[in-house]
Ligand binder design. Structure first.
Ligand code: GLU
Length: 279
């Protein structure tokens, strides 16, 4: 049975782009006689607000979408993420990184640059060279540190991997270009990639429907699935919505929110028409 999900981060009100993802996920589930689940991705306490959780639940309800199971909140799932980190750590796949952003930039500049990864230049691996004794000493001294994935070691275990996108076909998992990604941030002992991978498996998601801006994230998540012994869902990265002038409909660009459209008198059917989704 197909199980899809809609996984918004409560950092703002839902806009048309979100509604498109949500309606598509519910539509695909319904078409296949499957289920669509809702997950609130609220691990980042500094950016997420309870007010936006309420507003997302209200908008989803107003759009006529009913989750086919309990709503999962990532803020309730910290022990599950910790277990995943422990499992990776026990196999020597993680190392502590004490670098600040500024130190990383300075290191890259002095090395004359770094290859481009998924979200900017690849981490130059400075802290990978620390001895165990040195790293332990700094941890004991409570020096803030992130946990990074040792991509070379990960590659030795995982080798070549593939995943499938419904729209673009079989993809070879290009996880190496990301370098030693952070799996636990300094501030929240967790990361987007880790939480999504663990939760997609926990919720039994068989089809991940999300915007194509997250296409590259699937490379890393595919790797984590193998390292953590989790199943690999199918993916459908949909094109992002643009307005008449070609501007991407993102919340930052001041695009209309679902609640502002509702306040202006629009009905759920109008929203469907605006984003060309049939009921
Ligand atoms: N929470 C992410 C967002 O709102 C989506 C994560 C995902 O679909 O993997 O952009």
């Amino acid at each position: 049975m197909i199980v899809t999900r809609f996984a918004p981060s409560p950092t703002g009100h839902l806009h048309l782009g979100h509604a498109y993802s949500a309606l598509l996920a519910w539509q695909e589930a319904k078409k296949a006689g499957g289920k669509c689940l809702l997950r609130i991705e609220d691990i980042d306490a500094a950016r997420c607000r309870e007010e936006f959780v309420d507003s997302i639940l209200e908008d989803i309800h107003w759009l006529g979408l009913v989750p086919d199971g309990p709503v999962l909140r990532q803020s309730d799932r910290m022990p599950a993420y910790e277990d995943a980190l422990t499992s990776l750590k026990s196999r020597g796949l993680l190392y502590p990184c004490f670098c600040t952003r500024r130190q990383i930039i300075a290191e890259i500049n002095s090395a004359g640059g770094a290859p481009h990864g998924l979200d900017g230049p690849v981490y130059p691996g400075t802290c990978k060279g620390l001895t165990k004794a040195e790293a332990s000493k700094r941890i004991r001294a409570n020096e803030p540190h992130a946990l990074r994935l040792n991509i070379l070691k990960a590659e030795q275990i995982a080798g070549n991997l593939t995943w499938t996108d419904r729209l673009t076909g079989t993809q070879s998992a290009d996880y190496r270009i990301a370098g030693d990604v952070v799996l636990a941030r300094k501030d929240i002992r967790n990361s987007y990639h880790l939480a999504v991978t663990v939760d997609d498996a926990a919720q039994g998601i068989s089809l991940v429907i999300r915007g194509e801006d997250l296409f590259s994230a699937a490379h890393i998540q595919r790797l984590l699935q193998t390292l953590l012994g989790l199943p690999t869902p199918e993916y459908q990265h949909h094109p992002l919505l643009h307005d008449e002038s070609g501007q991407r409909l993102a919340k930052r660009a001041g695009s209309p929110t679902i609640r502002s459209l509702r306040a202006a008198g629009h009905r759920p059917d109008d929203i469907r028409k605006m984003i060309r989704i049939a009921d």
